[in-house]
Structure formats: structure tokens, C-alpha cells
Design a protein around this ligand. Sequence first.
Ligand code: GDP
Length: 457
Amino acid sequence: MTDHTHADTLRTPIVAVLGHVDHGKTSLLDKIRGSAVSEGEAGAITQHIGATDIPLSTISGMAGELIDPDDFDLPGLLFIDTPGHHSFSTLRARGGALADIAVLVVDVNDGFQPQTEEAIDILRRTGTPFVVAANKVDTTPGWNPQEGEPIQRSMEAQSERAKSMLDENLYEIIGQLSDAGFSADLYWRVQDFQKNIGVVPLSALTGEGVPDLLTVLMGLSQRFMKEEMAIDVAGPGEGTVLEVKDERGFGATIDTVVYDGVIRNGDTIVVGGQNEPIVTEIRALLQPRPLAEIRTEKQFEKVAEVGAAAGVKIAAPDLDKAMAGAPVRVVRDRSVDEVVEEVKAELAEIEVDTADNGVVVKADTLGSLEAMANALREAEVPILRAEVGDIAPRDIAVAETANQDEHKAILGFNVDLLQNAESDLENADVKLFKNEVIYQLVEDYERYVEEKQRAQQ
Ligand code: GDP
């Protein structure tokens, strides 16, 4: 049992879902949301901007005998809605990852794949505790669904043949984790989830094993949040911008995950901006209406305050130059200047070296811009200008000023070419590269340079 005498308040842990494409990240998030909604009365889920909150009462309703809610001080789990290691590694909080813990989804038939390896590297580098969801157990030949049963019992109820096939696949994954330097085991054999990675066999399709996963996540985060997180839940709010979006009636707004403290309507905030920190006053804090009402005309509900951890849309003047991935800080008990300096210092940590000559780089978040800059440095490609945001006419004009032909190029990571820049691009001697995978973008550019050099010889 937990010691309830201490006064620490633990905030909801932020959970990210990672894994190889098609291994079931989206399905798992959908299943968690769907099962939580059908749990109904027990607390239901709260929708957020960019994240879904599953309260402890709902988790314990789903997990039944697996969980004793009295064992937990945590209010629940907040899942970041966008899966994938791109969003994981580019969303930060105070230099670390925004997510506190992670679920690594691995298709039980497919085992480790390139993006699984990449995700593991990122989790290792950031020191993020994680659990492995060994997904798609229902595809085991002869699988006999046992909905509502804990997965261990489900597995015992299968035919000998199905059991041995599944075991073989699961031990393959455990072996691959071990090759990657992590000692791992099926979750019911793990005593200390910080020393050993728990593997939860499950099906995002039937839902078997999903309550087990939530239980393991609760256990893992309880320890982690107690030991690692010094959080002042009542202090001035701190968050990270997920996205800058124009919203009818509100102008430019920022979708933000608040990871510490409280943000209130009317607060003065400092937000990382494209040229300098933006100081502004909150006009409205918006959250989606409950699911049933979502089709009514007004999609958002105004709220007076939001406490960590939560997703919220912030409407305020001057947010059009805000950057995805940048910090958001409430000014309270301190001077504006002090907070501006803090935001500047945090932005300065994100290093992008530019030169007098080189390519133009555009990316969707600050973190991805930094990742692009690192990849280009390794490939020895100089950067003339690097910015967060879609590709605008100005970027094309800047790229055209490059002295060397091979540098008259724009590399866009996870961004679009703005409509008003289309004709500029057609008329300019500038080559545009766009991709959602960093190394492919760099490879495409390198191949282009090689071809250009070969043609000149
Ligand atoms: P993502 O790319 O990792 O987000 O993967 P998706 O969630 O889009 O899933 C990829 C495909 O696998 C889809 O066709 C899903 O329906 C299917 N899928 C996901 N989870 C399961 C599962 O547990 N069982 C089965 N049979 N299919 C699944």
C-alpha cells in the first residue's frame, strides 16, 4: 500500500505511444479511448486538445481485479494523441521529453523493425521509462478470444499450438530487447518495472490485454513521478506548444500541453516566437466539448483554468508568430523580463548553426528543426537559414540568393508549401525537397547534389 500521509500531489503522467508503422499505435490509442468511453459512469474520459485524459476511476473500472485504486496517488494517465517517435522526440519540456513515460508498440508477428530500433534509441537517450505492448496477439492461428479476462489467463486458455506459437514470438521480442540492452520479461514476471521492461501481450483489435497495459503504466508512472518529478501543481503554468492554428473567431491560437502548474484565463504568458519571445494576455482557454456535443456548431468550451497535465487551446493576441515545440510560461510572482529571459535561455538550448551560404531548412517544430540541423551537420551540408513553419515566398527568395547552385534548395520536414508560394517556386531556380522522414530528406538532397556534380563533369 502507498503511504498516504505525505502531502505531495502527483500530476497526471504524460504518455506517448511509439513504434514501427502499421504495428498498431493508432489502433491502440483508439481502443484505449473507446474502452474508456464505454466504461461510462466510472468517470469517462476527458477530451483535451492534442491529448486524452483517462482518469484513475475509469482505469480501475476497466482493469477490474488487476488494480486497487487505493494503491495510486495519480489522477490518471494523459495520452498524447499523435503517435510516433517524431512527435515524441520533438516535443520537449525544459530540455527533456514532454512525455514522462512511453508505450513501445511491437507487432508480435513482425518483431523489431527499423522504427522500433529508432524508438528504442530515443527512449534510451532520453532515459524515458517504457513498457512494450506486444500487439496483435489475436492473429495467432487458432486464437480464441477471452474478452474481459486478464491477458495472462487469456493466454492460458488457448490451445497448446496457439500457446507455443505466441510464446515463440513473445520470446523473440524479449530477446530483441535484450540485444538492445534492456532486460525484459512478460509483465507478470517483472518485480521492478524500472529495472526490467514489462512486455504486455495484447490486441488493439479485441481489447485483450489493454487493461493490463494501463495497470502496468500506472505502476510504472507512480514510481517514476514520485522519484523524478518535482512538480508544483499550484504554481505558474508551464507548457509546450503542439501546434499553431488559426481558429475562426479567435485568430491564431496555440494548442498547448501544460506539464506543470496552472494556467488561468487572463494570465500574462510568454511564448517562444519566431523572432523573439511573445508576451501576451490570454483571451480564452478552450477545450473540446464533450463527445456527444461535438457536432454542435460551437466546438470549444471556454474554461477558467487548466492544471497540469492537460491539453488546452490558448487564444491570445499576437500568437501568429508562435512556434510549435516552443515553451509557454505564465508570468506570476515574477517579472515579465525574468520569464522572457527564461524562455530565451530555453530556446537557445536548441542549437542550429547557420552559415553565410547553404540551404534553407523549414520544419514543423523546434525539436524537428534541431534534428534536421544535426542530420545536415553530419552530412556536411551547410545551412543558410533554418526556421519553423510552412514554406513561404520569402523562403524561396532567400534560397535564390545562395551563391552555389547546389545550395539553391529548400528542405522541408513535415511542412507544406504555402499556396501563395507555389508560383514563386515555379518561377525560381530553387529545388524543393519535402519529406516526413529526416534521413530520407537528407538522402534525397545528397543524391540531387551528386547528380548535379556528375552532370557538370
Ligand atoms: P500504426 O501505423 O502503428 O498507427 O498502425 P495502425 O493502428 O494504423 O494499424 C495498422 C493495421 O493493423 C490496421 O489495419 C489495423 O487494423 C491493424 N491492427 C492494429 N492492431 C491490431 C490488432 O491488435 N489485431 C489485428 N488483427 N489487427 C490490428
